[in-house]
Structure formats: C-alpha cells, structure tokens
Design a binder for this molecule. Structure first.
Ligand SMILES: [Zn+2]
Ligand SMILES: [Zn+2]
Length: 296
C-alpha cells in the first residue's frame, strides 16, 4: 500500500526502524540549472548507514538543508561521467572536511572515476595544503565497479549497464534490502538490462524525456537527445513489463510539456502508480511505502 503525506517540513522520515530503507531525493534535475530541481543525487538510508547515488549540482547544499551529518555518507555510486552527475563531488568532499570528516569517501563508478578523483584532488591541493597539516583530512578513495568488494551484511548494491547512447560506460543500480528492491535507471533510453533488473521492483526510479509535438518536430538537436533517453512510449512498455509497485520519474527532460500531461499520457496505457520526484521528497520503503514531502 502506498501512502502519501503532504507535509511541508523538510525531514522526518521514519527510517529509524531497521527494516525500513529510505530514499531522499537531494536533487531531481538535469544539466539545466533550476533552483527547484538541483542536480541528480539520491540519498539512501538504511540501518544507520547512508549512501549516495550520483552527486549533482547542489548535493552538499541539500544535505545541509535536511540537517544530515556529512560524515555519515561513506559510499557513493556514480552512474556515469556526464558532468551533471558528478559536479557536486568536489563540494561534498571538501565541505565534509570542513566538518572534520576523517574517514575517506569511497566512490564507485565507471572506469574513468579513478583519474577523475586523482585530478580533482590535485586541482584542490593548494586549498588542502593551506587548511590541513600532515595529511590529516579525508581523501577520495575512488574505485572502478570491477574493483569493488560487493560483500555487505546489510545491503546488496548491484550495478548494471544501461543504454545511454554514445556513452559506453553508463550504469543503473539495483539495491536489495531485506527482500525489498529499489532500482535506479541512471540516464538511459529503453534498455533490456534495466527491464531485467527492474522486474517486480518495489520502487523503480526511472528517467524520462518528453516534448510537445511542435518543439519535437522543429528541433533536430532534440531528436538526438531523445535517442539517449526514455520516451513516454518506451516508459509505458518498460513499466508494463516490470510492474514496479511504485515508479518515480526522475531526471525529467521536459520540453514544452507539463508533468501532469506526461502522467496523463502514461495513464492511458499503464495503470500502476507513477509519480514525479521532487527535491527533498522522502520515501520510506518497508511493509508499505510512505511518501513524505511530495510538494504540490
Ligand atoms: Zn544526466
Ligand atoms: Zn547523462
């Protein structure tokens, strides 16, 4: 059963109970700047542990906004190297040091994540030299997915390749926790692999792209963008096959079309629960699904 709580306060999910896993959307946007939809980043909380999926623009701001402890996030998973998914890493890392974080931050991602982190640490070396003595600061410990030790008592996080067009190193994630599953599609067009991993998921967080016919027809560049993302038609096909308990549309690229219109188009051919994500929306997944701070 899915329950919605239309509340204006920012953070009060019930994620204390160890059988509940909580999803908090820190940012739900795209590369286009939008103060109400910061860059893509999803905070997952379970059994007193926390991890992040992607670190888009403003993630550190949102973590501060929900009153979260920076030092609690020890593992970060990056879906792909498009800048909108990684641009918040430097801010999160350096700001958590300001909060006297000592433990290194583990970041798992595509093959180039290592050189990205090394270069990032080099780029900020002057600031670090000025602030911290004798290596006394937290560093980025970045590993390719293939180097990751998957073993964990509490949770299983599986990365799987999706289909983000020309990007050959793009992933989605499946999270298994106490017989519940959450799937994060990452940036992708229709992908058999996303479908395979999302079968009967409790919550599927999926991206979407849509445009008004007028804008779509008159814009050549947009047609190319469509080929690397998931259209409404493709989404309906995916959802009809996977039948997630709840679908949360995220990283929505909408051109001249409203969220309401997108939902009504989907509902013509799919009757399952579908909502759009909102920045700071919080979802508790346990025996039931409770959604907090859903906005208007
Ligand atoms: Zn993106
Ligand atoms: Zn992308």
């Amino acid at each position: 059963m899915i329950k919605y709580f239309l509340i204006a306060l920012l953070f009060f999910s019930n994620a204390h109970a160890s059988d509940i896993i909580n999803i908090t959307f820190l940012g739900t946007g795209t590369p286009r700047p939008d103060i109400n939809k910061l860059g893509p980043s999803v905070l997952i909380k379970y059994a007193n542990e926390e991890l992040l999926l992607d670190v888009g623009r403003g993630s550190a701001l949102r973590i501060n906004q929900i009153g979260n402890d920076f030092s609690k996030i020890s593992n970060i998973f990056i879906s792909h190297m498009h800048y909108d998914h990684i641009i918040g890493i430097a801010d999160l890392w350096l700001t958590s040091n300001l909060w006297q974080r000592k433990k290194d931050i583990n970041i798992f991602g595509p093959n180039s994540i290592k050189s990205f982190c090394d270069n990032l640490m080099k780029s900020y070396s002057e600031d670090i030299k000025y602030r911290y003595k004798e290596n006394n600061y937290s560093k980025l410990n970045c590993l390719k997915f293939s180097e990751r030790n998957h073993k964990s008592n509490n949770i299983e996080i599986i990365e799987f390749t999706n289909n983000h067009g020309h990007i050959d190193n793009s992933y989605g994630f499946k999270i298994n926790y106490k017989n519940k599953s959450i799937v994060y599609s990452g940036d992708t067009t229709y992908s058999e692999n996303v479908i395979k991993n999302s079968m009967n998921a409790d919550i599927l967080i999926h991206e979407v792209i849509a445009a008004s016919p007028k804008i779509y027809e008159s814009n050549h560049k947009l047609k190319k963008v469509f080929s690397t993302h998931t259209s409404i038609e493709q989404l309906v096909k995916i959802l009809s096959l996977c039948k997630p308990k709840l679908t949360i549309l995220n990283h929505a690229l909408l051109f001249g079309i409203s969220e309401e219109r997108v939902l009504s188009e989907i509902r013509k051919n799919y009757s399952g629960d579908v909502i759009f994500s909102r920045d700071l929306m919080s979802v508790d997944l346990g025996e039931e699904i409770n959604i907090f701070n859903i906005g208007k």
